[in-house]
Every structure is written in C-alpha cells, then in structure tokens.
Design a protein around this ligand. Sequence first.
Ligand code: XMP
Ligand code: MG
Length: 184
Amino acid sequence: MAGTVCIHDLYFRRLMDGDAIATRVRTLGEEVSRDYAGKRLLCLAILNGSFIFAADLLRVISMEVDICFIRLSSYSGADSTGKVTTIFGLTENIAQRHVLLIEDIIDTGKTLHELLPVLHEKQPASLQVATFLSKPGARRYPIEASYTGFTIPDQFVVGYGLDYNGLGRNLPDLYIRTTEEPQE
Ligand code: XMP
Ligand code: MG
C-alpha cells in the first residue's frame, strides 16, 4: 500500500500498517478476555467508524459475546439543556448487562461525554469503552477509555474504518494528514 494517499483534496501519509494494528488489536482482545472471563459481554459498536475495529476485536475475544451496532445522532433539544444524544439500533436491553462500547476514535471526547450518561441511565451491570484510537491532545471533555489501541497526534486520520468525507474506510493501514505532497 502506498506511503502517501490522496483523498478528495487532502494528502495523508501512512502512520501504521495493518500488521501493527492486528498485533495491537490481538493484545486488546486478550486484555478484554482476561478482564471479562466467565462473563457474557455485550459489545455496542458505534457506526460507521468502528465497524472494522469491532469485527477484528470480536474475533480475538474468547468468552461469550453479543454485538449490537448502534448509530448516534445529536440534535439541539427544545429546552436549555442543549444537546441530546439519540441512539438508533439499540435493540438489546442493556440493563444488568456487562457492556463494552466500541469506538473508532476519541477526539474531543464530546460524543462519549454525551452518550455515556444516556447508557448509564439504562443501568448496565458495567459499562466500559474500547477505542481504536485516542487523540489526548484534542481532549475537551474528561473522557478516557479502559482499552485504547493507539494514542495519536492531533491530526485527522483515515483508514481501518475511518473516513474523510466518506472515503478511505477500506484502507487496511492507518494514514494521518500531511501537507507534504508525495515525491514522485
Ligand atoms: P469526539 O470529538 O466527539 O469525536 O471525541 C469522536 C468522533 O469524531 C470523528 N473523528 C474522526 N473521524 N478521523 C476520522 O475519520 C479523525 O481523525 C477523527 N477525529 C474524530 C469520529 O467519527 C469519532 O467517532
Ligand atoms: Mg465515529
């Protein structure tokens, strides 16, 4: 796979390859399997970005696991409380379940800052987060995941499920935004 790719109007350089990602995801899967040994886990994977990470993580988790794919939409509420997170596709009752939320990337932390209280209200037995990526330098809300694949600089990334305006999700490697054009 090329070292630099052009998507729409932007260039991205390869940050890590699919083999390094697979190795790290395997380790995360082993940690999850150890921590939840003997329990039945319910994974909630947030679409679209986490679909590849979720598929790979699930295949290296060894105990019983259910998966549910959810989609989020935020809108301004009619009252002064502001943003309300709506969850689409949550077909499982999460009360008394051990829930692992699977996210592609934690950037400012806003998405999870809004989503986690909504899920906690449904009274799961436990609620943890597994994220493929984290950008600590971009954080505006105090959100940390229990399982983080990689921490990365505060630059836009694509590949391994993440997109730039719809494209790049199918790239097996992870690419980060660069202003340098390829030398060819
Ligand atoms: P927050 O700021 O709420 O962001 O933590 C989480 C969501 O923003 C998207 N996001 C990205 N998507 N490359 C992407 O393809 C990125 O570098 C990036 N940074 C944030 C993503 O949808 C994530 O769930
Ligand atoms: Mg996302």
